[in-house]
Design a protein around this ligand. Structure first.
Ligand code: PMP
Length: 351
């Protein structure tokens, strides 16, 4: 089956094979070298000099780690969909004082609301979802950063779970304090790890917080990494091998900029196809380079579409939550080729 869902994605055979290596001690020199090599390549992909950590959880674990380890006073969550909402839930479940700014599905974070919220001066941490996978909206981080850079005391946590590895995210230029991503999306690696860049400012902040949890304590994970390039408990070594192999491919074989260009070409092809056959769910100017969300203007029964495509060897992605019948999503991320995408869209046309 070809996975046309926004993660987990299809993974290259070489990357799958990398997971078949013999087990290793999580306290060995070899694992330190492996983790250090992964960090070095992730720094290139995050365009940062900041420390880059691994979390042996999916992206949600790293989101929780960041929010609970950085908020002293109050957080503001800026959400334009289900994954932005997740930060709000994380705050509530952790007893974090939080305000929740919610924008309509299909629309980006509103710059005026964002600026007015920060002007209040009551937040010490904010969350932004770069690429809202549920709606196909990609927020404009550069424009948002022009606003939040005026408030250097505010910690900026950015979820790039479904864009990192496919879209350029310049952590240092954007001054992101914690940038979070998962392995199973645009990176093209199996699920089981999250990655996160951590600024010096964030390091100062987590030292001010008394209760950061245990397993998801950013300070513990950070300090162990800085000391020995190891993880405080037993990490997911199989996926570490896979990530190491894929990062080598991205950085040295495909090339980082080529990878971004390929994602742009896939997105353009998909948008042209949508223009011809349907309509867009996400607002113009904010359409993602890794996933396109489509309005079901033809009124197809999308459960039937899903079944029909399954018989042709594809896993189809309906709209998220309440949009299950009114929208569908076309992911174009990781190592997807233009030919594979074209073949898939042809199958949809033929239904
Ligand atoms: N944020 C976004 C934007 C996502 O797309 C997802 C997963 N679909 C998550 C967070 C949660 O990531 P994970 O499943 O790796 O915990």
């Amino acid at each position: 089956m070809k996975l046309f869902i926004p993660g987990p994605v299809d993974v290259r055979q070489e990357v799958l094979d990398a997971m078949r290596q013999p087990q290793m001690s999580h306290r060995s020199k070899d694992i330190s070298l492996l983790q250090a090599r992964i960090e070095e390549n992730l720094q290139k992909l995050f365009f940062t000099k900041n420390t880059v950590l691994l979390s042996s959880s999916s992206g949600t674990g790293a989101m929780e780690m960041a929010l609970r380890s950085l908020t002293v006073k109050k957080a503001a969550v800026f959400s334009c969909g289900a994954f932005g909402d997740r930060f709000h839930e994380i705050a509530l479940y952790n007893g974090i004082d939080v305000d929740y700014y919610r924008f309509e599905d299909g629309k980006p974070i509103d710059m005026n609301v964002f600026e007015e919220a920060l002007k209040k001066g009551v937040y010490d941490t904010i969350t932004i979802t770069h690429n809202e996978t549920s709606t196909g909206v990609m927020n404009d981080l550069k424009a948002l950063s022009r606003i939040y850079k005026k408030y250097p005391e505010v910690m900026v946590i950015v979820d790039t779970v479904s864009s990192f590895g496919g879209v350029k995210i310049s952590v240092d230029d954007l001054q992101i304090d914690v940038c979070v991503a998962s392995t199973q999306k645009a990176l093209g690696v199996p699920p089981g790890l999250a990655v996160m860049s951590v600024s010096d400012k964030a390091v100062k902040r987590f030292n001010e917080i008394g209760y950061r949890g245990f397993y998801l304590d950013l300070k513990r994970v950070y300090e162990r990494h800085v000391k020995s390039h190891q993880y405080p408990s037993t990490p997911n070594t199989a996926v570490m091998h896979a990530l190491d192999c894929q990062l080598h491919y991205i950085v040295h074989v495909e090339g980082i900029e080529n990878r971004f260009k390929r994602h742009q070409a896939l997105a353009k092809y998909t948008r042209d196809w949508v223009k011809k056959h349907f309509d867009f769910f996400a607002e113009a100017g904010y359409r993602s380079d890794t996933i396109t969300s489509v309005k079901n203007t033809k009124g197809f029964d999308l459960d039937k579409v899903k079944q029909a495509l399954k018989e042709k060897g594809y896993v189809f992605s309906q709209g998220y939550g309440k949009h299950k019948q009114t929208a569908f999503r076309i992911p174009h991320m990781a190592d997807r080729t233009l030919d594979e995408l074209k073949a898939y869209l042809k199958e949809i046309e033929s239904l």
